[in-house]
Design a protein around this ligand. Structure first.
Ligand code: PMP
Length: 334
């Protein structure tokens, strides 16, 4: 699947070669490596940087950009499905909320950002893809002072993504709780989707070192907050629960969509503080995020969740979510 997507970027003769060898395991692996090189050197990707479109190799920011020097900036991860950008308005709203929280003046109005995202998708012939929208503080001096930065930079990258292999969606994930706790609201509010993701990166490293793909992060009080790049839900006795934003969960856009879908299906959803005990004893557990979509969790810290297989409520929400993504969103092509 991933190979097929990568192939879109490869030159035509190379695509034909790979098409003919696609079914053979060992050739497949060699082709994968070759394509990743080919996709790099023959990339036709167009990246938006401050009003202009550049080829991948020419899309650059200054080493004095405070986004690089201090992680001073904000971002959004957005998906396109079936020629539409899913929940685009909501993502740009959240970008503006993050900007407000860090006193960053986005140098374009909401509508222009929306048009830049759609145009970037169009120029990259995206029908199903992943969009990274970011705003850096811009070029400044080596000192911390953001007021010395002249103008924030707006960047849009439209590409393909597959976060987890398909078998994880069928089988469900085995995840662990990690020692790194979620940022304190009073230090760096987890609601701000800032370019400084070290808190999440450290937790992700701990997950991978523990043999897992994703990690549960607790807050400083020991309540469940979220995962490194996803929100977390449980199902118990026919009801759904997810940690409140005050526990350090991001105001996830997929989280909101899933809560709405559950309510439409007459499933009660509430947001109490949750502990690891609640997760261990849940009937079902799943994660939500733009990149991951909805993914079942079947084991937490060595405890089997429910039957150890993706549950029926989760499966039904996955179906509804996929159906919604196919018909909803800002059209890319007219
Ligand atoms: N939590 C964190 C820390 C995230 O980075 C994300 C986005 N990947 C999410 C939750 C999920 O948010 P959304 O559904 O808006 O993508």
């Amino acid at each position: 699947m991933q190979l097929r997507k990568l192939l879109d970027y490869a030159p035509a003769p190379f695509q034909r070669f790979c098409d003919s060898t696609f079914q053979h395991g060992h050739v497949y692996r060699c082709a994968c490596q070759a394509i990743s090189v080919a996709s790099h050197s023959f990339s036709r990707m167009k990246i938006y940087v401050d009003g202009k479109y550049y080829d991948q190799q020419n899309a650059k920011v200054s080493v004095f950009d405070h986004g690089l020097l201090y992680g001073d900036g904000i971002f959004e991860g957005i998906r396109a499905y079936n020629g539409r950008v899913f929940k685009l308005k909501e993502h740009i709203d959240r970008l503006f909320y993050s900007a407000k929280a860090i006193l960053l003046n986005i140098p374009m109005p909401h509508g222009d950002i929306m048009r830049a995202v759609i145009e970037t998708c169009r120029r990259n012939k995206i029908h199903d893809g992943y969009i990274r929208l970011l705003v850096t503080r811009g070029v400044g001096s080596l000192g911390l002072n953001p007021y010395k930065c002249k103008r924030p930079s707006v960047i849009v990258i439209a590409d393909k993504i597959q976060l987890y292999p398909p078998e994880y969606y069928e089988r469900g994930l085995d995840i662990i709780t990690v020692p790194t706790t979620r940022n304190l609201h009073s230090a760096l509010n987890p609601a701000i989707k800032s370019l400084n993701y070290l808190n999440n990166v450290l937790a992700k490293i701990e997950a991978i070192n523990g043999g897992c793909e994703e990690a549960i992060m607790l807050n400083s009080e020991g309540y469940v907050s979220e995962c490194t790049g996803d929100n977390i839900f449980i199902v118990k006795g026919g009801q759904m629960f997810t940690p409140p934003l005050s526990a350090g969960a991001l105001y996830g856009i997929t989280r909101s969509v899933v809560m709405e879908m559950a309510r439409e299906a007459s499933i009660n959803v509430s947001e109490p503080n949750l502990t690891r005990y609640d997760l261990f004893n849940a009937d079902e557990c799943f994660l939500t995020g733009t990149g991951a979509e909805l993914i079942p969790v079947v084991k937490i810290d060595g405890r089997v969740v429910g039957t150890g297989k993706p549950g029926s409520a989760t499966k039904s929400l996955v179906k509804r979510y996929h159906a919604l993504t196919q018909v909803s969103g800002e059209p890319i092509y007219g």
